[in-house]
Design a protein around this ligand. Structure first.
Ligand SMILES: Nc1ncnc2c1ncn2[C@@H]1O[C@H](COP(=O)(O)OP(=O)(O)OP(=O)(O)O)[C@@H](O)[C@H]1O
Length: 269
């Protein structure tokens, strides 16, 4: 069964709060993230960004409904939900002994019949994903024997191999050097241009400002949700970091620079 997707909504959450154990981490939420756009989640350390992403992925219980394409997550058959939503976590362990190829092939599980061997389509998608992240030559190496950046690109390949319309990624640029960051940007832009949705937690503010929208999280709450090009968003970003960053235009892009000392709040433009 495939649920008909709501055209404009990728994921959403309506929640009274989210706790980890007895520790309240997120306050009330009323969030809808549009389909066909790239939303970057940013904010200070410990603000609740990863927690929010885990809530949206259905990996963490929250006090209220979480939706995927307009439907409550629980109404999605598990396999179909796994085909819709691909996940890249922050620190994933447990597959150290697997070959890079087999790690990427895990992305095909939602497409495979129970106990069935991978099909030619599964192998083709896995190869394409490993090539897209330039780790095809490393396919026979164990994940645990790869460098941080190589490992991250194998995990990214696993996400690509799912061929899901919605990607949720927590710090996908961790360990990536600038050329590989630029490659990631290209992959994300191509996905969104093809109608896909990307939601990524990013610490690299310059990269985050290249997204369509910025979701700013501070102290367990959404401080701002707006277009990356908007002056309101830039002011909210500076405020979220206590004026310790400043946003500047360079050509047709926005960049955020760290400030050695706090700046006075920017005047309304
Ligand atoms: N397993 C846990 N048990 C208790 N508290 C937790 C747990 N995981 C996270 N927290 C707390 O929840 C809060 C939000 O954590 P989260 O990882 O969502 O923040 P973040 O914005 O992603 O941070 P960072 O930028 O440092 O990665 C933090 O105060 C953190 O200490």
């Amino acid at each position: 069964m495939t649920l008909p997707a709501a055209k404009n909504i990728a994921v959403g959450a309506q929640s009274a709060g989210t706790s980890i154990g007895n520790h309240p981490v997120l306050g009330p939420l009323a969030l809808v993230l549009p389909a066909g756009r790239w939303t970057a989640i940013v904010g200070p350390n410990g603000a609740g960004k990863s927690t929010l992403l885990r809530v949206l992925a259905g990996l963490l219980h929250t006090q209220g409904p979480v939706t995927l394409a307009g439907w409550p997550l629980g109404q999605w058959p598990a396999r179909e939900r796994a085909r819709q939503l691909a996940w890249l976590g922050q620190t994933e362990a447990g597959a150290e002994d697997l070959r890079a190829y087999d790690v990427a092939l895990l992305g095909r599980l939602p497409h495979r019949a129970w106990l069935a061997p991978p099909s030619a389509a599964d192998h083709a998608a896995t190869r394409a994903a490993l090539e897209a992240t330039q780790v095809w030559p490393l396919r026979d190496r164990r994940l645990g024997a790869l460098s941080g950046g190589e490992r991250q690109r194998v995990l990214l390949a696993r996400l690509l191999a799912v061929q899901a319309p919605i990607w949720l990624m927590d710090e996908p640029l961790a360990h990536l050097d600038p050329p590989h960051q630029a490659d990631w940007l290209g992959v994300v832009r191509a996905h969104v241009a093809a109608g896909g949705t990307v939601v990524s937690v990013l610490h690299e503010l310059g990269m985050a400002l290249q997204a369509d929208d910025l979701l700013i999280v501070k102290d367990g709450a959404i401080a701002h949700h707006g277009a990356c090009a908007s002056a309101d968003t830039h002011r909210a970003l500076q405020a979220a970091f206590d004026e310790r960053v400043s946003v500047h235009q360079v050509g047709d892009q926005w960049v955020a620079l760290p400030e050695a000392t706090p700046r006075p709040p920017a005047r309304a433009r």
